[in-house]
Ligand binder design. Structure first.
Ligand code: ZN
Length: 217
């Protein structure tokens, strides 16, 4: 329980930091990447040719899987927020074994802060929904012998270690839990729990821990 509270606080701090960054006047803009930043160089391309961001500049907001991205873009447009969705073949999501076809969403700088705030709030609510679902069903988790062996080895738990207990702890501490939206609780639904040091992937239907991928280093 303590772990959950601690991570929750970290997340809130993260949101506050984001807000402060967004409030900093004279944010810079990289025309190459359509990215607003308060750094001296663009964090995406490393470019130094930044100018002051203007209200009508389209700025990178988020990258999502195709369907989810299109749906989010429609929701934003429905709320009067101009949004451009650009197909993208790579990004963080490909590391999570999701289909490569993503959408990068861009909104105008004048809409960026309120839109980002809304997304962070939604993401936090989703994370807690999935965490609750997983914790209520934690007794039903299962592991293949192969996955169990791998966890014991990678997490250095030793022979008598409890791999399921390790997974439950990771889920309790996960900063972000992502189960997608368009196929909630369907057969192939996978839930990705991003904890520090590892991502635990759970099949929502069977509650099998499908994999645990450990960060390098
Ligand atoms: Zn750039």
């Amino acid at each position: 329980m303590f772990g959950v509270k601690k991570k929750g606080l970290e997340f809130e701090l993260f949101v506050v930091m984001k807000k402060i960054c967004a409030l900093v006047e004279r944010m810079k803009y990289c025309e190459n990447c359509s990215y607003a930043t308060d750094a001296a160089r663009c964090p995406l391309c490393g470019g130094k040719l930044l100018r002051e961001v203007e209200d009508d500049d389209y700025c990178f907001l988020i990258e999502k899987p195709k369907l989810e991205g299109e749906m989010l873009a429609d929701v934003l447009r429905g709320n009067g927020i101009g949004c451009v969705a650009v197909p993208s073949g790579s990004g963080v999501l490909s590391a999570m074994a999701l289909p490569l076809e993503n959408r990068k969403l861009f909104v105008r700088w004048k809409d960026w802060k309120k839109t980002a705030d809304m997304l962070y709030a939604e993401e936090a609510a989703d994370t807690e929904m999935w965490r609750q679902f997983l914790q209520e069903n934690a007794e039903k988790f299962s592991l293949s012998p192969k996955t169990e062996k791998r966890i014991l080895r990678k997490a250095k738990l030793g022979k008598g270690g409890d791999a399921l207990r390790f997974c439950r702890r990771m889920i309790a501490q996960a900063k972000c839990i992502d189960g997608g939206k368009e196929m909630r609780f369907s057969r192939e639904q996978l839930i990705f729990c991003h904890a520090s040091g590892a991502v635990v992937t759970v099949n929502a239907k069977t509650l099998e821990i499908v994999s645990v991928s450990f960060e390098k280093g």
